[in-house]
Design a protein around this ligand. Structure first.
Ligand SMILES: [Zn+2]
Length: 308
């Protein structure tokens, strides 16, 4: 269960893993701290984004910046960021910048992020920055690597137990039926198909709000509606809901778990030509490819819902 907020802010400072002689699948995590106490998460993010963050830093970056309750992704794991000061470290591992104060909350979020990464990539090796070069980094985390591995494994065990807990039979829910074209047409469904681009547009957002509203998911929080909607369909891989409330919170946060559920749902559904709406990997990153797929799916749904 992920209890942290997840955001994506692309860095300008990255390269392919192939540049360092490694393939695109990382096999480890390198733990860093961001240096001195008192610095703000968002300022660290800004700096590590380089030009994209409006700074002149063109030499360092990381994949993730983590502090209590917040994880910012700066680059996809399939690419290398510049965190280790060492080609192999950059080539093989995912760099995580942690808050140096190392509060209980910072630690807890780090453990969850690592567990999520292992769910994505399989078991990973853990390194300290100082395993790659002589440095004081990662400070207070330096003698905590064994504890981290232990806590991540405990988190996996906890999730597994939660997922296999017998639950009361779910109330049979009638399949969401398209409503008849309402006489007073709802306000926001776009009159013409949404232009299929990777940009997160207002049209795209409003179309989701409208579609889910028509399917009677009308919580004020779009994220919560998504999670409830994706909870209503079974993932054929597991026989469990795409977004499983026994495993994940109904908290409305469109974090990696929610986005992965959406990606799997769109992967399993096909358009009029028999093509999958989403043909990428379920990486939990709501990037351009996923947004494009969402738009195709939304356009496809118009026919069932009746145009205005
Ligand atoms: Zn470091």
């Amino acid at each position: 269960m992920s209890n942290y907020k997840y955001e994506y802010k692309q860095t300008s400072n990255s390269s392919s893993r192939a540049f360092y002689g490694f393939d695109s699948k990382p096999d480890g995590i390198t733990i860093h701290h961001w240096g001195s106490d008192g610095q703000k998460h968002k300022n660290v993010v800004g700096w590590l984004r380089g030009a994209a963050g409006g700074t002149d830093n063109d030499g360092s970056s990381a994949h993730l910046v983590v502090s209590a309750g917040l994880c910012t992704r700066l680059e996809k794991d399939s690419r290398a960021t510049w965190h280790a000061g060492n080609g192999e470290g950059n080539g093989r591992t995912i760099g995580i910048e942690c808050r140096p104060e190392m509060s209980d909350g910072d630690w807890r979020t780090l453990v969850e992020v690592c567990a999520d990464l292992e769910e994505e990539h399989g078991s990973l090796k853990y390194f300290l920055h100082q395993d790659w070069k002589a440095t004081a980094c990662p400070g207070r985390y330096a003698d905590k690597l064994d504890d981290l591995v232990k806590d991540v494994n405990a988190e996996h065990a906890r999730r597994k137990a939660a997922a296999s807990k017998p639950k009361p039979a779910p109330k049979p829910k009638p399949a969401p039926k398209p409503k008849p074209a309402p006489s007073a047409a709802p306000k926001v469904w776009p009159a013409a198909p949404i232009k299929v681009t990777g940009d997160k547009t207002k049209e795209w957002h409003n179309a989701w709000v409208d579609l889910l509203e028509r399917l009677e998911h009308d919580d004020e929080d779009l994220g919560k509606n998504f999670q409830k909607w994706l909870n209503g369909f079974k993932d054929p891989r597991t026989g469990l809901p795409y977004y499983d409330f026994n495993k994940y919170l109904h908290d409305g946060v469109m974090g990696p778990a929610s986005v992965r559920a959406l990606q799997r749902f769109l992967f399993d559904r096909r358009d009029g030509d028999g093509k999958r709406f989403y043909n990428g990997v379920a990486d939990g990153d709501r990037g351009a490819l996923t947004v494009k797929a969402e738009k195709k799916y939304l356009n496809h749904q118009i026919q069932f819902l009746g145009k205005k």
